[in-house]
Design a protein around this ligand. Structure first.
Ligand code: F6R
Length: 237
C-alpha cells in the first residue's frame, strides 16, 4: 500500500479530490465507487469547487456507493442517499440515472443485492473505489468477521459502529441495526482503491491495517493483498 501523510485534513481532502479528478479525466466513462461518513466530506467539498470553477465534469461518470442503512428511505436526512445528494450529486452535472446506491429495502435484499453486483459487472467494474475506515477496521459496513470473498448483502451493524454513527442521529435508538453493504470481494475487485483516514482516534486501527496480520478481525487489512491501494492520512504513524 502506498501511504501519503498530510499535515492537515484540508490537504488530505484536496489530494483525495485530485486523485478522483485524475480518474475522471483519464477515462471517457469512469466508474467510481463512493463512500459516505465524515472523512470524505472535505473531498466532496473540493470536488464541488472543481466542478463550480468549470474544471471538472461528471457528465460521463457512473457511481456506486458502498452502503446504505436498512429501512432508511432516500428522503430521510439520515440516509446515505440524502448525504450523497447534499455533498455531491445535487451540485454537479452527473445524470441521475448514473447514480447507484444499495436499496434500503431489506425485504427485497436478495434481488437488490444481486442486481447491484450485476450492474457493476455489466459496466466493466469499478475503476476507483473511495473508502473510509471504521474504528473497528470495517470498510463499507463489512464488520469484523466478514468473509474476504463476501458480496453485496444485508449485514448487522456492530454495536461499536452504531455508537460511532449515533452522532448523526438524535439518539442511539434511532441508529439502524442493519445495513446493505458492498462485500469485501466486491471492493477488492476495484482496479484502484483510495483509503482516506483522518484523526488520531484511528491511529491504532490504521497501524493494524497497514502493518498487522491480514485477518477477518480487521477487515481493512485485506487491502494489503490489493495491488493498487493509496492511503491518504493526516495521522503521523
Ligand atoms: C461509509 C462507510 C463506512 C465509513 C466508516 C468511517 O459509506 O462505508 O465504512 O467510511 O465508518 O466513517 P467516518 O468517516 O464517519 O469516520
Amino acid at each position: 500500500m502506498h501511504v501519503q501523510t498530510f499535515d492537515t485534513y484540508d490537504e488530505l481532502s484536496r489530494a483525495a479530490a485530485d486523485m478522483v479528478a485524475d480518474q475522471l479525466r483519464v477515462k471517457a466513462d469512469p466508474v467510481l465507487g463512493l463512500a459516505t461518513g465524515s472523512t470524505p466530506e472535505g473531498m466532496y467539498t473540493e470536488l464541488r469547487l472543481m466542478h463550480g470553477s468549470g474544471s471538472l465534469s461528471f457528465k460521463n461518470v457512473i457511481t456506486f456507493n458502498l452502503d446504505e442503512y436498512a429501512g432508511i428511505l432516500p428522503e430521510n436526512p439520515q440516509s446515505y442517499h440524502y448525504y450523497m445528494n447534499q455533498n455531491l450529486f445535487d451540485h454537479v452535472d452527473i445524470p441521475r440515472d448514473a447514480i447507484n446506491l444499495p436499496s434500503a429495502d431489506i425485504d427485497n435484499a436478495l434481488f437488490g443485492c444481486q442486481n447491484y453486483e450485476d450492474k457493476i459487472a455489466e459496466l466493466g467494474g469499478i475503476d476507483l473505489q473511495v473508502l473510509g475506515l471504521g474504528l473497528d477496521g470495517h470498510i463499507g459496513f463489512n464488520e469484523p468477521g466478514s468473509a474476504f470473498d463476501s458480496r453485496t448483502r444485508p449485514v448487522e451493524l456492530d454495536e461499536s459502529t452504531r455508537q460511532a454513527n449515533a452522532r448523526f442521529f438524535d439518539n442511539i435508538d434511532q441508529v439502524p441495526t442493519q445495513a446493505i453493504t458492498m462485500g469485501i470481494g466486491t471492493i477488492m475487485e476495484a482496479r484502484k482503491i483510495l483509503l482516506l483516514v483522518n484523526g488520531e482516534a484511528k491511529a491504532d486501527i490504521l497501524r493494524r491495517v497497514l502493518h498487522g496480520e491480514i485477518t477477518k478481525q480487521v477487515p481493512a487489512s485485506v487491502l494489503q493483498n490489493h495491488p493498487d491501494v493509496t492511503v491518504l492520512t493526516d495521522i503521523k504513524l
